[in-house]
Design a protein around this ligand. Sequence first.
Ligand SMILES: Nc1ncnc2c1ncn2[C@@H]1O[C@H](COP(=O)(O)OP(=O)(O)O)[C@@H](O)[C@H]1O
Ligand SMILES: [Mg+2]
Length: 277
Amino acid sequence: MKSLVICNEKGGVGKSMIATQFAYFCAIRRKLRVLVFDLDHQGNTSKSLLKKDFFLAANVNAGQILRGETLTMNEDQKNLVIVGDESLLNLQDMVTNPEDDINQMIYNNLYNAFESFRSYFDLVIIDTNPNPDIRMKAAMYLSNYAISPIQCNSESIDGIELLIKLIDDARQMNSEFEYLGLLVNLLENKAYQKQNFSTLVEKYNELILFDKEKGVVPSIGNNIAFQAAQDCGIPVWSFRQSTAQRAWAMLQPVFSLIAEKMSLPDLSKTKTNEGQK
Ligand SMILES: Nc1ncnc2c1ncn2[C@@H]1O[C@H](COP(=O)(O)OP(=O)(O)O)[C@@H](O)[C@H]1O
Ligand SMILES: [Mg+2]
């Protein structure tokens, strides 16, 4: 089982969009057994994924898992979402003894949960909340990979230093942790955005997601089809309109690159893939 955390303490940069669409990509296109763990109490990813029936809601939500409850699996179930719910905001209520270390309890419960997922899923995608609390940190300490969507504006770029601290901590805590990089999203065809993009690539060269084979830094442009796909709860490739096809043409190479960096298999090549193209 591989695990990928989508993290950036900035909101509105596309974490949920990437989490949702990458989940479809891996589950539908690559036929992997995917679990999406939504650690954001706003639950945008959960709501979007549960609009249609590609994914089902798990019997426990994220707040319950962090409190130590367990997920019940049934053998023929494939793709699940652990719903991000408002009880994630009151995690301190799990402390009954003032001596208890709540952060350690959350980490332990998440560790046990990951262990219990291992035989049922090929991939766990963890979407995180936009503030670097124990939810995001514990997910980074327990996962194999992380990626950070980022916007090319000065506030987002200023926030990178905090992200670097989180990544360094994760590397120290987790010897299997590999940071895939910053992924520019919502890029607009405007001079100041292009300038910020160049600054970002120059200054944070080591941190940015890079396609070695093609020699390019991939980016995702601002395209309304992403929002429409999120609102309808469907993969962006399933819209026929040319805008959506352009959106998918930007996203697909990025997803293939992430899958390749994570060494995720493509089981569609070995299983029948009826009803899909
Ligand atoms: N490349 C994009 N083009 C257009 N809209 C996008 C793009 N990426 C994300 N969005 C939209 O921007 C909003 C914020 O994205 P979201 O994934 O919710 O960010 P986060 O999870 O980081 O807060 C959502 O409405 C989403 O559908
Ligand atoms: Mg989100």
